[in-house]
Design a protein around this ligand. Structure first.
Ligand code: PNS
Length: 157
């Protein structure tokens, strides 16, 4: 049986923090489905097609990773449809845990699926899509926090 997990998120845009979590997920599972979901609470900066492209150009090709846009649907439905046994999420610290725990419990309540939390690289603990966008917008240097395709996309905003 293929052990498959889903790494869900807005990925608006993907950062080195996301890629760290995806790499850790790929070390635990045979296949990782990176699921781009539309969070109604967040106004998107990049279009979904561009988020997919930036992920595809940023994920190391040797990793067993599939990138897919799933639009606005329940994560548990996506997990069922792709045959995933778990959701993998990265934690930068306690604030992330406070945000993620209710979702993990709700997803388990809905379908029984478990969420595996992986501690992210502490060197990337300050990295988020929103901060990277803000710093870049005002001319700050985010070269060490995103891949070259994402850097180009940020500079063209
Ligand atoms: O990168 P984000 O914005 O923190 O990701 C949040 C996301 C998209 C993973 C979360 O909002 C989500 O799972 N949305 C899918 C809809 C759903 O299943 N909602 C109930 C979660 S308990």
């Amino acid at each position: 049986m293929t052990r498959r997990c889903v790494c869900p998120g807005s990925y608006d845009p993907v950062t080195l923090g996301h890629l760290d979590v995806i790499r850790r997920a790929a070390s635990l599972f045979d296949e990782v489905v990176v699921a781009i979901l539309h969070n109604p609470g967040k106004q998107g900066t990049f279009g979904v097609a561009e988020r997919v492209r930036l992920l595809q150009e940023s994920v190391p090709p040797e990793l067993p990773v599939r990138v897919q846009d799933f639009g606005a649907q329940l994560l548990v439905d996506i997990c069922r449809d792709v045959g995933a046994q778990a959701i993998v999420k990265g934690l930068r610290g306690g604030t992330d845990f406070t945000y993620e725990l209710p979702m993990a419990l709700m997803n388990r309540h809905l379908s029984g699926i478990e969420t595996v939390f992986v501690p992210g690289d502490p060197a990337l603990g300050h990295v988020s899509s929103s901060l990277v966008k803000e710093v870049s917008r005002y001319g700050g240097d985010v070269t060490d926090l995103v891949t070259p395709p994402v850097l180009r996309a940020l500079r063209s905003l």
